[in-house]
Design a binder for this molecule. Structure first.
Ligand SMILES: [Zn+2]
Ligand SMILES: [Zn+2]
Length: 254
């Protein structure tokens, strides 16, 4: 097991909620006693960092009640199959994301699409990192599971999945109503190496399966009662979901 390192990108955003920054992607740990919910798992190359972040919080991989997947891009499911296969951790997601996680198909930006955008600032260094971190590695989740119930899940933090399609078909944000926290995944981010702006925004166009739908999905986030947003990429956003969605929409049309 990797040794816990206190400075491994862990930000305590609430008494029991931690945002962890991996090499380029975030994941979230929601603790409840000696158990936790883990939302996303970084790139394949982030596996030791994921296990290290659990260890730093006094958690063993067996203490993970479930991995919740926002969506099945490689930079979010990198360690999911390892946790499932080695420690019997269930890996849960929206039913529309299940075949994607199994890699019945891959709905992810292609190398060709990235090359076509390589002239844009930030794209080339990002692509080099993505390749090194396992961005194109084949990392299916062999037995992904759809949520067992509608509404709040019986897991640490009682997260409520919010289906926000567009980035991928089955993308979900996760709302923690009791703490006023919204884990937005890639439906709304606050920074990205390929973006020139900071603050609430959609990812650049090439990353979305259906950008128009991703833009529409901002409306599904903005009425949730949250004052703290934890994105899939970029730092914590202190502000309401409403204000963040409005800002992201302004950037998207501007
Ligand atoms: Zn993504
Ligand atoms: Zn991502």
């Amino acid at each position: 097991m990797p040794k816990p390192t206190p400075s491994n990108g862990i930000v305590r955003v609430e008494s029991n909620v931690y945002l962890v920054s991996g090499s380029n992607t975030n994941w979230v740990i929601v603790k409840d006693g000696d158990r936790c919910t883990l939302v996303d798992t970084g790139y394949p190359g982030d596996r030791d960092a994921v296990l290290g972040s659990l260890a730093a919080l006094g958690l063993d991989p067996r203490d993970v009640a479930a991995v919740l997947v926002t969506h099945a891009h490689n930079d979010h499911i990198g360690a999911a199959e390892h946790l499932r296969a080695q420690y019997d951790v269930p890996v849960l997601m929206h039913q529309e994301e299940v075949p994607h996680a199994r890699r019945d198909f891959l709905d992810q930006v292609s190398v060709g699409q990235v090359v076509a955008q390589a002239w844009r600032p930030g794209v080339l260094p990002w692509a080099v990192h993505a390749l090194r971190a396992g961005g194109t590695t084949h990392v299916p989740v062999c037995e992904p599971q759809p949520f067992p119930v509608q509404g709040a899940l019986d897991l640490p933090g009682a997260p409520v999945p919010v289906h926000t399609p567009g980035h991928t078909k089955g993308h979900c944000a996760y709302h923690l109503p009791e703490s006023g926290i919204l884990i937005t995944g890639d439906a709304l981010v606050t920074a990205h190496p390929t973006s020139r702006i900071s603050g609430p925004q959609l990812l650049p166009d090439m990353f979305h399966t259906d950008r128009a739908r991703a833009l529409d999905s901002l409306a599904l986030l903005e009425n949730l009662d949250a004052g703290l947003l934890l994105p899939g990429h970029g730092p914590v956003h202190h502000g309401s979901a409403k204000e963040a969605a409005t800002t992201a929409r302004e950037h998207a049309v501007g």
